[in-house]
Write a protein that binds this ligand. Sequence first.
Ligand SMILES: Nc1ncnc2c1ncn2[C@@H]1O[C@H](COP(=O)(O)OP(=O)(O)OP(=O)(O)O)[C@@H](O)[C@H]1O
Ligand SMILES: [Mg+2]
Length: 106
Amino acid sequence: MENVVIAEKLTKKFGEFIATNQISFAVKKGEIFGFLGANGAGKTTAMRMLCGLLTPSSGRASVAGFDVFTQAERIKERIGYMSQKFSLYEDLTIRENIRFYGAYMV
Ligand SMILES: Nc1ncnc2c1ncn2[C@@H]1O[C@H](COP(=O)(O)OP(=O)(O)OP(=O)(O)O)[C@@H](O)[C@H]1O
Ligand SMILES: [Mg+2]
C-alpha cells in the first residue's frame, strides 16, 4: 500500500529551542496513526507542520504527495482536521462558524 504521509528527520526549532526533533515515519493509505507523548513532546508542532500550517526548520515531509515546504496550500485542500477541544461559537450557526474559520485560517 502506498505511503500517504512521509516524514524524514522532520524538525522544528523556535529560536534555539528544538520543539520537534528529527521525527521519521511513514503512514500508509487507510492506516490509523497516532502520536503519544508527554506534554510538550512536540506532537502539536508535528501536526501543524504536516497540515501545512507551520514551516519546518529541517528534514522532509509530504502529505498526499505534496511537500510541506513548497505545497502547503495543496495539502490543506486534501486534509480534514478535528480539534481536540470543542471550539465553535455556539451563537453562530454551523455555516457561520465554517465561514468564520475558513476566512482566517490561512
Ligand atoms: N510557537 C512557539 N514558540 C515557542 N515555543 C513553542 C511554540 N510552539 C510550541 N512551543 C514549544 O515546543 C514544545 C512542544 O510543544 P507542542 O505543543 O508541540 O507539544 P505537545 O506534544 O503537543 O504537548 P501537549 O501534550 O501539551 O499538547 C513545548 O515546549 C512548547 O512550549
Ligand atoms: Mg499538543
